[in-house]
Design a protein around this ligand. Structure first.
Ligand SMILES: C[S@@+](CC[C@H](N)C(=O)[O-])C[C@H]1O[C@@H](n2cnc3c(N)ncnc32)[C@H](O)[C@@H]1O
Length: 281
């Protein structure tokens, strides 16, 4: 079990209201980070009551990100990424993964959480090919015209659009689809979209039970969080063709079809995080 203790002795920047929990900081706690406050730890404890395996699946989300970005960089020669809802920097962020394969890969991160903006920017800007846009990803036109995006990415070459555990923060499905349509429309041909998303299969399964318990427990603090069915998640790819292996649990996404020897040895039923990758023709 991760020790979730944070360090309140660090004076938070004035832009951060530590009395309110932050999705970015709670998620960082799940990954073992220490950048959190009591308001976040209250939520972490609530999560542990209903979904004690979530730290395992949060780490699986980062391992999936690593596989997806490596595959796009290595096999599809994608050399620019737009990472929406980047989160607090942790080990192996998109730019480190991609630039470990192709050092001149450009990466622009987007996030609107004051903690991410305050702490993340400096840490993420460790090279000239990486930039950060402090923007709301639900406003695609604003994001795509942000200076970091306009200067950092070439609008005529294929992108990797990364949306890892972020679209479930848009409560209305039609709005989420509209946001997606705006991004997908602007993506150059040959681009890829990688999505991971909280799923409630609503089929009476153990996964559905855990997902429902999670949604209900977290609703008072994070009312915008929406788990979606597999069909609803797939609809966020618009008309794009989802590539093999389709929409699957994080640990099952491997485009090479290899057995993942590092996959966690616990029952998948508690894993409500799903992912898929699609390509724009
Ligand atoms: C669960 S974390 C995921 C972080 C990272 N993408 C990952 O998968 O490891 C969700 C992130 O999305 C960000 N986020 C949520 N809503 C956002 C919005 N409207 N605009 C920009 N970022 C947002 C949060 O601040 C948080 O950092």
């Amino acid at each position: 079990m991760i020790d979730p203790a944070g360090d309140d002795r660090n004076e938070p920047p004035p832009s951060i209201d530590v009395t309110k929990p932050s999705v970015a900081r709670v998620y960082d706690m799940l990954l073992g980070g220490k950048d959190n406050y009591e308001s976040d730890r209250v939520i972490y404890r609530q999560i542990m009551e209903v979904a004690p395996d979530l730290p395992v699946w949060a780490r699986e989300n980062r391992r999936w990100l690593q596989r997806a970005v490596s595959w796009l960089t290595r096999e599809h020669r994608i050399s620019q990424f737009l990472d929406l809802g980047a989160g607090l920097p942790t080990a192996q962020n998109t730019h480190q993964i991609a630039q470990g394969i192709n050092p001149v890969t450009k990466v622009v991160y987007v996030d609107n959480d004051p903690s991410v903006i305050a702490h993340g920017r400096a840490l993420l800007l460790d090279n000239e090919y990486t930039d950060f846009a402090a923007a709301d990803f639900t406003r695609p036109h604003q994001v795509l015209s942000d200076e970091a995006v306009v200067v950092g990415l070439d609008a005529d070459r294929p992108f990797g659009l990364i949306e890892a555990l972020v679209l479930h923060h848009v409560p209305d499905l039609d709005h989420a689809r509209e946001i997606q349509a705006a991004y997908l429309d602007k993506l150059p041909s040959g681009s890829f979209v990688a999505i991971s998303h909280a799923c409630n299969p609503r089929d009476g399964s153990e996964t559905a039970r855990v997902a429902e318990a999670f949604e209900q427990r977290l609703a008072p603090s994070f009312p915008d969080l929406r788990f979606r069915t597999p069909e609803e998640i797939l609809s966020l790819f618009g008309d794009l063709k989802v590539l093999s292996p389709g929409l699957v649990r994080l640990s099952d996404w491997n485009p090479y079809g290899e057995v993942d020897l590092e996959a966690p040895d616990i029952d998948d039923a508690s894993n409500f995080l799903y992912c898929a990758v699609a390509r724009k023709p």
